[in-house]
Design a protein around this ligand. Structure first.
Ligand code: NAD
Length: 480
């Protein structure tokens, strides 16, 4: 059985514990590789390696660092098929999705920041007759990046790329549920000639390896993407140590459909925003609110399309949905479907597991699920399910739908469908969310601020926001 290794100080190392964690292929339910079960000793080694590398890396010109990071982007692009197959196998997502979204985006994350750092400028403020202020932006030092399982390499690189180009040395931990493409990335970095210790990838459990990163006094900033409960715990630990924190957390995003929208475009995009990646994207619209005049029409068309959606093994090119990431997660999603029924919900489509033929018969497959007849205040409509489960609810007025949309503790993203210009602006303006799409979904410009409000997080990623997060500003005044 293949054993993954930590990437520390440019070397591929076994975990100091000598222990490994099983890595499952969700499409078959079989263990197919072993992940280092790292602990604080491995993190300590990574910190020492990062400390050693910091003077060289932070002392390089931004342009040189950018060029080096571009080589990493090129290294992934050159091994596209290998990365695509690995991501699909590790996560259960359709190969087609990994090919069109995950891996190209990981390449873009590196390319984008390789270029962005060359354009990153600092501010100066002149006080007439008094003097000049100029602000320098220096790397923080050693930073920690922790990412989740749903978009493994995509979200891992979204943090690592800006952290590295800004001149920091990085300790990074991918999710223990989907570590494989991060492991491949370490090989790409080694071959691209990234100096030893600049990026260190430590595999293992959140409560052990992740926790060791968060509590380490020499790790000066933590960029975390994952669940809200974990984010809360990290904030509680890191805040008293005065670490910089970026927290990208859960969501329960509303998808608001007005009667005057372009119905066909809305319907096909709503299929994606509901069920892409098996509904396991933090930006999926899991609460669908439909204006009453088109509620029945929408319901009929949406249910018909959902019933026809192909759930299959991830290597099947026809698959629109693959496997759920893990058995415990599938069980969690199923338990929410049961809860929805207890709360009075009517399952219009799905609601059950899919039995696949061998060798996929022990894999974790769920039917895309639509539920109606639930109050917006119930747990099914308030808690993050993070699977292929959506609820549909009719509404009559803008005021009413805004109340329902803004009623959860989350505030990550929202989608609005209308052809009425002023209504689009009005509703977008009043939504409590960090990101709003009007008449589309998941269009991403890497320059824009990315993140949520309320329990969906603190801080923003993307563009200058990320480069600002990973640098420390210093204002210097000079008397005229
Ligand atoms: P999770 O919080 O369980 O784990 C995320 C990462 O944190 C993993 O690498 C895990 O090992 C690590 N971790 C766990 N406990 C830790 C601890 N005590 N200290 C340090 N690290 C620890 O989340 P998950 O189940 O992997 O991901 C799903 C969640 O992520 C969902 O809630 C989803 O909405 C959210 N998410 C948010 C965004 C966003 O941009 N806002 C994007 C993707 C996913």
């Amino acid at each position: 059985m293949e054993k993954l290794r930590n990437y520390i100080g440019g070397a591929f190392l076994e975990p100091s514990t000598g222990e490994y964690i099983d890595n499952y292929d969700p499409s078959t339910g079989e263990v197919y590789s072993l992940i280092p079960n790292s602990d604080d000793k491995d993190v300590e080694m990574a910190v020492e390696a990062a400390q050693k590398a910091f003077p060289l890396w932070s002392g390089m010109l931004a342009e040189e660092r950018g060029n080096m990071i571009q080589k990493v982007a090129d290294g992934i692009a050159a091994r596209m098929d290998e990365f695509v197959a690995a991501e699909s196998r590790d996560n259960g997502k359709p190969v087609s999705l990994a090919r069109h979204v995950d891996i190209p985006r990981a390449v873009s994350n590196f390319s984008f920041f390789a270029s962005a750092i060359k354009h990153f400028a600092s501010e100066s403020h002149y006080m007439e007759g008094v003097g000049f202020n100029y602000t320098t932006r220096k790397p923080i030092g050693i930073v920690g990046c922790i990412s989740p399982w749903n978009l493994p390499l995509y979200l891992f690189t979204w943090k690592i790329a800006p952290a590295l180009v800004s001149g920091n040395c990085v300790i990074a931990k991918p999710s223990e549920i989907t570590p494989y493409t991060a492991y491949l990335l370490s090989d790409v970095c080694a071959k691209a000639g990234l100096p030893a210790g600049v990026l260190n990838i430590v595999h293992g459990l959140g409560q052990k390896a992740g926790e060791a990163m968060v509590v380490h006094p020499k790790v000066k900033a933590i960029s975390f993407t994952g669940g809200t409960v974990t984010g809360e715990h990290i904030a509680r630990t890191a805040a008293p140590m005065f670490k910089k924190l970026s927290l990208e957390l859960g969501g329960k995003n509303p998808n608001i459909i007005f009667a005057d929208c372009d119905f066909d475009k809305m319907l096909s995009t709503t299929m994606r925003s509901s069920f892409a990646n098996q509904g396991q994207i933090c930006l999926c619209g899991s609460r669908i609110f439909v204006e009453r005049p088109i509620y029945e029409k929408f319901k009929e068309a949406f249910v018909a399309k959902t019933n026809a959606l192909v759930v299959s093994n991830p290597t099947d090119e026809k698959a629109k949905m693959g496997a759920i990431v893990s058995k415990p997660h599938m069980e969690k999603v199923l338990s929410y479907i049961e809860l929805a029924k207890e709360e009075g919900g009517i399952v219009l489509s799905g609601g059950t597991q899919v039995q696949m033929p061998a060798p996929y018969d022990k894999g974790y497959y769920l039917r895309p699920t639509i539920i109606e007849n639930l109050p917006y205040t119930c747990r099914t409509n308030q808690e993050e399910i993070f699977g292929p489960v959506v609820t549909i609810t009719p509404f009559d007025t803008e005021e009413e739908v805004l109340t329902m949309a803004n009623s959860t503790k989350y505030g990550l993203s929202a989608t609005v469908w209308t052809n009425h210009l002023q209504k689009a602006h009005r509703v977008a303006d009043q939504l409590e969310a960090g990101i709003v799409w009007v008449n589309d979904w998941l269009v991403r410009d890497l320059r824009t601020p990315f993140g949520g409000v309320k329990a969906s997080g603190v801080g923003r990623e993307g563009g200058w926001e990320a480069l600002r997060f990973f640098t420390e500003p210093k204002n210097i005044f000079i008397k005229q």
